[in-house]
Design a protein around this ligand. Structure first.
Ligand code: TEU
Length: 542
């Protein structure tokens, strides 16, 4: 596979509302991000994925865009955006923008026009249907609870919204819509951005009358057209958010010969702690062998026909150390275990803000503390359906998106160094102990584990291009695999449990010195291993 700069890159996702406030209004902003670029350069990341900073009424915290080519005043101005791109470039950091073009805000001028009348020139920018027997056209559901159809009284038709009622879906079958999107993308490419993260891009081929939403028949045709009409002319990182991708589908998106995208986010591992055929809120115990099987399948299935992204966290997911680790007595060990397991794999790793210091979930006591529309809609829908408040709050604390959106914890001051004002979402009380300032002062911190992992990726082609072989496939606690490249072999081994585990990986004594680890052993004898809770190490087998 032809080498690309993003093969060896590490991406850092910033949720701007919660990263760093510079003007004391309690909301993170672009000047705040600029003030933290030296911190990110020290960590060693190459790319910032910036969640939306465009004009938006914030029904879905910026994923409902009313002007793709203007900056929301909460975040600053276009001059601040230009400064961020420039200051990042000085530090060899690319800015990847969040492209949200499956839908707009209902306050976008296109929709304001479209809903005026059935023959408005913008009507066909969106998806309208007549009522059927006086009701919704079909039983398509929104990801944010309820029907995916909203009756617009003005014209007596329903419009489609796969997310909130205020996020009407764009009609991608309309060539003018597609050209409008490509023009907007070229506006940002001309500003010198490093690429796009494409929000729910698997939905743009939808056929709502057939109730097809993801992976529609024209999806790849549209992406190849988008590539030709916009980013294909530049050497950019493009990553699609594709909830329904299988390895075969991922190859369609990311095989370089197809000229579509660089890579996709697949979410198969993300669904492993939800009950079969149910929602993310219907919890079940994670099976480590199942997790190993899924991640390993993705490591070996793309071969040279596609490229993986690697993540545990993002702005929609609970914090991994709370979700599948131990955020109490083994927070540091388990956070480092997740870091080492993921960053030694093949693909482009994504770090979500605060993951590098082991930030944790923030348990709610009452729904009044929740901000996120997905959580709020689900809460009231499930209350109606007869669920007990306690079980709904339990699901929210396990899976709610606000867990990821608490302000970044910079220091132990009252607002965690995030803002001089009152933060839009209360900071986690544990910022007193868990914060960047503490982490930078402790050479054994999670931060320096991430910093070393990023360095190892840059210095060792085995991490970028090596093969992957899973060991101990059925072991319920040990996650071990081998990376091999040009005669080199590295063993990655983790005790994915909070109990001591004894195991033997080789017949005869094999003393190895760790390349990286989350305890402080001098050496490992692979013939006689006793691993502490969450103990993880990497050794060179040659
Ligand atoms: O998320 C797509 C999406 O499907 C998730 O919202 C998912 O349904 C849920 O959060 C599972 O936890 C993207 C963005 O990442 C998300 O923030 C937006 O709310 C959504 O699209 C609509 O733009």
């Amino acid at each position: 596979m032809q080498e690309k700069w993003w093969h060896q890159s590490v991406v850092y996702q910033i949720y701007p509302r919660s990263f760093q406030d510079s003007d004391g209004d309690g909301i993170g902003d672009l000047q705040g991000i600029i003030s933290r670029l030296d911190y990110l350069e020290n960590l060693g990341i190459d790319v910032i994925w910036l969640s939306p900073v465009y004009q938006s009424p914030n029904d879905d915290n910026g994923y409902d865009i009313s002007d793709y080519q203007d900056i929301h005043p909460d975040f600053g101005t276009m001059a601040d955006m230009d400064e961020l791109i420039e200051e990042a470039k000085k530090r060899n950091i690319h800015i990847v923008m969040d492209l949200v073009v499956n839908h707009t805000s209902d306050e976008h001028p296109w929709f304001i026009e479209a809903r005026k009348s059935k023959d408005n020139p913008y009507r066909d920018y969106y998806i309208w249907r007549d009522p059927v027997d006086g009701k919704e056209p079909n039983d398509l559901r929104s990801a944010f609870s309820g029907s995916a159809w909203q009756l617009d009284e003005e014209t007596g038709q329903y419009f489609l919204h796969l997310f909130s009622k205020r996020q009407p879906d764009l009609n991608w079958e309309n060539e003018t819509v597609r050209q409008e999107v490509y023009n907007m993308m070229n506006f940002w490419i001309d500003k010198g951005i490093g690429g796009f993260r494409m929000d729910v891009i698997d939905l743009i081929g939808k056929l709502p009358d057939q109730k097809i939403t993801g992976n529609g028949p024209k999806l790849h045709e549209y992406l190849q057209e988008m590539n030709r009409e916009s980013f294909g002319k530049a050497d950019l990182l493009t990553v699609g958010e594709t909830w329904g991708a299988t390895p075969e589908i991922a190859k369609l998106y990311s095989n370089p010969a197809r000229k579509e995208l660089s890579m996709v986010f697949q979410f198969e591992h993300v669904g492993l702690d939800q009950q079969e055929g149910k929602d993310k809120w219907d919890l079940k115990e994670l099976s480590i062998p199942e997790l190993k099987k899924v991640l390993s399948k993705w490591q070996v299935s793309l071969d040279n026909e596609g490229w993986n992204s690697l993540f545990w966290n993002n702005h929609d997911l609970p914090r991994i150390v709370s979700r599948w680790g131990n955020d109490k007595e083994y927070r540091i060990e388990s956070a480092k275990m997740f870091a080492i397991l993921l960053h030694m794999m093949k693909g482009t790793p994504y770090i979500f803000q605060g993951e590098e210091i082991g930030m944790t979930n923030y348990p709610l006591k009452d729904i009044s503390e929740a901000n996120d529309i997905e959580t709020l809609n689900m809460y009231y829908e499930r209350l109606e359906e007869g669920y007990r408040k306690e079980e709904i709050i339990e699901s929210i604390n396990a899976k709610g998106r606000d867990n990821a959106r608490r302000p970044m914890q910079w220091d132990d001051s009252e607002q965690a160094g995030f803002s001089a004002g009152m933060s839009w979402l209360p900071v986690h009380p544990n910022h007193k102990e868990i914060n960047v300032s503490e982490s930078l002062a402790d050479e054994q911190s999670i931060f320096y584990c991430y910093k070393k992992l990023i360095q190892l990726r840059k210095e060792n082609p085995i991490v970028i291009y090596g093969s992957y072989t899973l060991l101990l496939e059925d072991d319920p606690n040990i996650f071990a695999y081998i990376r091999a490249y040009e005669g080199k072999r590295w063993l990655v081994c983790a005790n994915f449990s909070e109990k001591v585990q004894n195991l033997q990986l080789t017949e005869k004594q094999s003393i190895n010195y760790p390349i990286i680890q989350n305890y402080s052993r001098k050496q490992y004898d692979l013939a006689d291993l006793t691993l502490e809770p969450y103990e993880t190490f990497v050794v060179d087998l040659n």
